[in-house]
Design a protein. Structure first.
Length: 475
């Protein structure tokens, strides 16, 4: 995942220097439509294969194939037909053609629903890596070639289709997860009962993650949307690396622990403690280095995006922890709880952003995101987790050390960067200082690991005692 995201980062830097902010804004509108539709295209039924017992997977997989294919083809055709209407309703008529192009992704994604679920269930991240890397390689070549020929937003749209095609072909080439379409009414009823709340959750989650694009584009215009989109993408660096890695294994891991009869509240707190300590410092350091990082990496024309990045870095940290909690609830079969949690999030966020967008610009939108996730979303999830046996006080204790060190690291990074005149040097030195501070609580752990490694090495290199003549060493 680090290789994949580093490649995406480098590609984003290259494209940002070729494509104008307005073209990014047009593509952002198309991406909103695509992201919303693609995440509901299998009706959530593929997640059941990750959670089911091994004996039940072959029975349900053919029905999952049928539901995924029919739904994705139908939705893809509908999006293509309504592309013009969707673009006008989002105040960006120029996005109509990119929306129609990206509708081709839906049937391709539908074909991969079962193979992806089976690979995640079996923890075959090596094969998922190959598919993701092929997506990156193909889409990179396509977008750079087309962008250099002046296609702008169309270059970005066609690159997504080309990358998804490469991923689909590779995933279908793997034997595990290759099932033919089939239909069992009882399985369909069971799968939809489990999956439809996930569809509702995905839809609401995507609205939560994209309502800011809609508000910014409608209120502030395409240029501001392009700047905000860049800031949002930067704030998601940690989520795109760590969050994706965590989500790749969290649902199957929690599901397996549940089947083995583990103490689930304790397992969740262990996961929360580790994830907080590793990911939250990275997110807040990005916020602390907002201005020098944006200028050094993307150029001076993108510097206004830094004003939104501080608040969005808090959102990035919150998203990782909320997604972990969501996977825990899904593993316990509480898909409706995840759906319920998103309703107040969406309502509070939409109201807040509408109020702050015009008077405070993208900086106010970023700050509004942080306020909502801290004051609305976190308490709601605390209540839902308490219903599974995870106590609120225990959750706060698990969060406190990682959050405290993250704040210290972010403040250190900001002051070090502010003391340096050059944006590039400030971003580099500030990030090093922040990481060093964030690594302090891991010092005793690393020392213990170093000591254990030295002991093992000394045992391997120690000369063996001579054996008496005629004796036989025990195995």
């Amino acid at each position: 995942m680090i290789v994949s995201r580093a490649g995406n980062f480098a590609l984003g830097v290259a494209i940002a220097r070729i494509v104008a902010p307005k073209e990014f804004g047009v593509f952002a509108i198309a991406l909103v439509v695509h992201t919303v539709v693609v995440n509901i295209s299998d009706f959530g039924v593929s997640a059941a294969l990750i959670r089911d017992d091994a004996e039940r997977v072959p029975s349900g997989a053919p029905t999952v194939v049928t539901i995924s294919l029919v739904a994705s083809v139908a939705l893809g055709g509908l999006v293509a037909l309504l592309s013009g209407t969707l673009a006008r309703s989002l105040s960006s008529p120029a996005a109509a053609t990119p929306i129609a192009i990206m509708a081709l992704n839906l049937p391709l994604a539908g074909l991969t629903a079962v193979p992806s679920a089976i690979l995640r269930r079996e923890f075959r991240m090596d094969r998922i890596f190959v598919a993701d890397f092929a997506n990156l390689a193909v889409s990179s070549v396509v977008v750079i070639v087309l962008a250099l020929h002046g296609l702008g937003a169309l270059a970005l749209a066609w690159s997504w289709v080309a990358g998804q095609l490469a991923t689909t072909l590779i995933l279908l080439a793997y034997r595990p997860g290759r099932f033919w379409p089939g239909w069992k009414r009882a399985e369909a009823r069971r799968l939809l009962d489990f999956g439809l709340p996930i569809v509702g959750s995905n839809l609401l989650a995507l609205l939560v993650l994209n309502v800011d694009y809609i508000v910014v584009g409608h209120v502030l215009g395409a240029r501001a949307l392009g700047l905000y989109m860049l800031a949002f993408n930067i704030s998601g660096w940690a989520s795109n690396v760590f969050g994706t890695v965590i989500r790749s294994v969290s649902l199957p891991a929690f599901s397996r622990l549940r089947l083995e009869g583990a103490d689930m509240p304790e397992q969740f707190l262990k996961a929360l403690r580790l994830v907080t300590g590793v990911t939250v410092p990275v997110c807040l350091i990005i916020g602390g280095l907002a201005r020098p990082a944006v200028e050094a990496i993307y150029g001076a024309k993108w510097q206004p995006a830094a004003s939104a990045l501080v608040g969005l870095s808090v959102l990035g940290a919150g998203r990782i922890l909320i997604e972990l909690a969501g996977d825990y609830l899904v593993a316990l079969g509480r898909t409706r709880s995840v759906l319920i949690a998103l309703i107040p999030w969406l309502a509070a966020l939409a109201a807040t952003l509408i109020l702050v967008a015009r008077p405070y610009g993208i900086a106010g939108v970023g700050a509004g995101q942080a306020v909502v996730v801290l004051l609305i979303v976190a308490p709601v999830y605390a209540v839902l987790l308490r219903g599974t046996g995870v106590r609120v006080w225990a959750t706060l204790r698990a969060l406190a050390p990682g959050v405290a060190w993250a704040l210290a690291a972010a403040v250190t990074a900001h002051f070090v960067a502010s003391a340096v005149g050059s944006a590039f040097a400030g971003a580099l030195l500030g990030s090093i200082a922040g990481v060093l501070v964030a690594a302090i609580p891991f010092g005793p752990f690393l020392l213990r690991k170093r000591g254990a490694l030295l002991v093992r090495l000394s045992r391997k290199t120690a000369p063996s005692s001579p054996q008496p003549a005629g004796s036989v060493a025990r195995s």
